[in-house]
Design a protein around this ligand. Sequence first.
Ligand code: UDP
Length: 477
Amino acid sequence: AQVSTKPHVALFASPGIGHLIPVLQLGERFVSRHNFVVTVFVVVTDAATAESQLKQQSSYKNLLNVVLLPPVDLTSLTNKPLAILSQLVLIVRQSLPDLRSAIASMKSRPTALIVDLFGTEAFAIADEFHMLKYEFFTTNAWFLALTLYAPHVDREHEDDHILRHMPLHIPGCASILYEDTVDVYTDRNDKLLHDDYVRIGRRLAEADGILINTWESLEPKTLQALRDPKAFGRFSQVRILPIGPLVSGFQSFGSSQPKDDILQWLDDQPTESVLYVSFGSGGTLSADQLTELAWGLEQSQHRFIWVVRPPQENSACGAYFEQAKRADGTPEYLPDGFVTRTQKLGLVVPMWAPQREILAHPSIGGFLSHCGWNSTLESLINGVPLIAWPLYAEQTMNATMLTDQLGIAARSRELMPNGVLGRHEIEKMVRTVMNKEDAKGETIRARSQDLKRTALLAVAEGGSSYAALSQFYDYGY
Ligand code: UDP
């Protein structure tokens, strides 16, 4: 039999659709642009859900060899409520023996193992099988810098940040204001979360290289710092390869509503007139916040597509459950008559929408987003300006980057005494981004177009991201 001479890499994806999507996109890029063979090992918590999610995404099948590892049941591992990061670390750790046997039994063994943020403990398996160890960091360089620096934040520095709310300094990079910090620093009592995060930072420094979903001209200062021994010491030796933005040719994962209905509705709307509103794969709002958002959208009088989820009071990344509807189709958790009153203006899509296709549609003029990095990039490559509404994880850092550093998003920090963003603030932000006469909005829209151009240049043949991925091939092997 003919032995394939194509490079073969293994990708290891942690559970959750938001983690799987970028890994599949990376796999797709390896195969379609660089002619690799790719095996994707997926950690799952519920086999049926994972399979149905993958089934809706049939286009990857001809390109990638996807292996679902045996499902892990988190409830059997802990009965304590854990931070999301700690949950993921625990679930992924449980899957490691299965990953090991899967790799051991492969006839043609991949030469590199590429893991995501929660998979760094799998580096030991890569060592055992003499594979190269790569990290695929699915967000931006600023958050990577924070993560790498976490093991070196000393107690005094940490106290300044956590107790005295001073900005957290990261060598060579923009500092992080306390109000934008990540939960590791806001919830100091969670020692497990702190330890998990610091350990990830340490392990990342052991990688042969880090592929990162950003590009040179988006974060020049941070990328330079990461490569500078004066800023990042020994770690600056690890090869940093900005290969983003990963833009998928795949179709979006399915939807609660037929895709054609939504896209057809968009076809009937004027150019750049519709605001798309979505909080990512798991984002949820409180009941009060949902009400204010509904009124804010309605009062703005701009067109919208809103992916709505039932309210969650104590969690910004709540689970899904079935919902009741009123006679006019308004879900019970939205203001009475909302769907009737906004019939000519908006489309309410429960739970999930084909986001990539929506953001690529010419009728879309803005995106109210939780600033998850995939959503951010999907907006950016279409030149769609944002309204930043971060909820959890590193989203607040992303929001700050989009607003203060890149100037492509509107954001309000003017919360009401109950911690909710009020309808007038929301209405104001929507008008800023969507109203063509708004001067501030004009700047945001122009910047968004500029960044779109730099993104497309970076990934085109000859661009910096294209070159970075080729380097992975040239030197990594
Ligand atoms: N997504 C989608 N439809 C939805 C919500 C999310 O297709 O209704 C996709 C979105 O296009 C993106 C991913 O799910 O690719 C969400 O990733 P992101 O990093 O933005 O946020 P996370 O889900 O990790 O918070």
